[in-house]
Design a protein around this ligand. Structure first.
Ligand code: 5GP
Length: 212
């Protein structure tokens, strides 16, 4: 009984963290995968909740020990998804949400075709720029880098299955919750989870018409 893996990407400043936090409060049986990063911690962030903040040597050892499902260099820092946590949770039937950049999403796509890929986009590039400036977490140089990277990230939109245009936080949260729930109601997933016998009188014999 495996859970569903949801991969969320989108440019820095688009509002992923707020959407994800609200969604985690609303959807049952959904857990967030906390990444490792070499980026310095922001004052608002908590170790183990937002990220595991590690130094480069530690990160390098984790790469060597094959401890990441994926990792990438994003805005000049290393970020990676610890593999064991994700696998354990999925094996226990929990649904897992990743917030990773498009490079990471491409790596996961090669390994987990059955995962659900969701892109969060800004209403426009100008809105994104203004949000990043208002957030006030970046130096001028970092801001320029994040905006350059955002242009590249937006070019990957066609590779994703779903897109949420984040013009309004509440609507975006509703949309993400809808995607998550709808994916769990796909016939294949329900039958994998509950067993086909649940729905048929013949107790799980193959259905003659569908062959399933
Ligand atoms: P921030 O530094 O603003 O928290 O995150 C910068 C970017 O790194 C975001 O786009 C975020 O999705 C991405 N990111 C966070 N964790 C991971 C990870 O484990 N792997 C990859 N590839 N990207 C990540």
């Amino acid at each position: 009984m495996k859970g569903v893996l949801y991969v969320i990407s989108g440019p820095s400043g688009v509002g992923k963290t707020s959407i994800i936090e609200a969604t985690l409060k609303r959807v049952k049986n959904l857990v967030f995968s906390v990444s490792c990063t070499t980026r310095p911690r922001r004052p608002s962030e908590t170790e183990g909740k937002d990220y595991f903040f590690v130094d480069f040597d530690h990160f390098k050892k984790m790469i060597q020990n094959d401890e990441f499902l994926e990792w990438a260099i994003v805005h000049n820092h290393y970020y990676g998804t610890p593999k064991k946590f994700v696998e354990d949770q999925l094996d226990q039937g929990k649904n897992v949400l990743l917030d990773i950049d498009v490079q990471g999403a491409m790596t996961v796509m090669k390994k987990a075709k059955e995962a659900v890929y969701i892109f969060i986009a800004p209403p426009s590039f100008d809105v994104l720029k203004q949000r990043l400036i208002n957030r006030g977490t970046e130096t001028k140089e970092n801001l320029e880098r994040r905006l350059d990277d955002a242009k590249k990230e937006l070019s990957y939109i066609p590779v994703f299955e779903y897109i949420i245009v984040n013009a309004n936080l509440q609507e975006s949260v509703d949309q993400l919750c809808s995607i998550i729930v709808a994916e769990q109601l796909k016939v294949k997933r329900v039958i994998d989870r509950l067993g086909v016998h649940r729905f048929f009188e013949n107790g799980g014999e193959t259905n003659e018409q569908t062959g399933r």
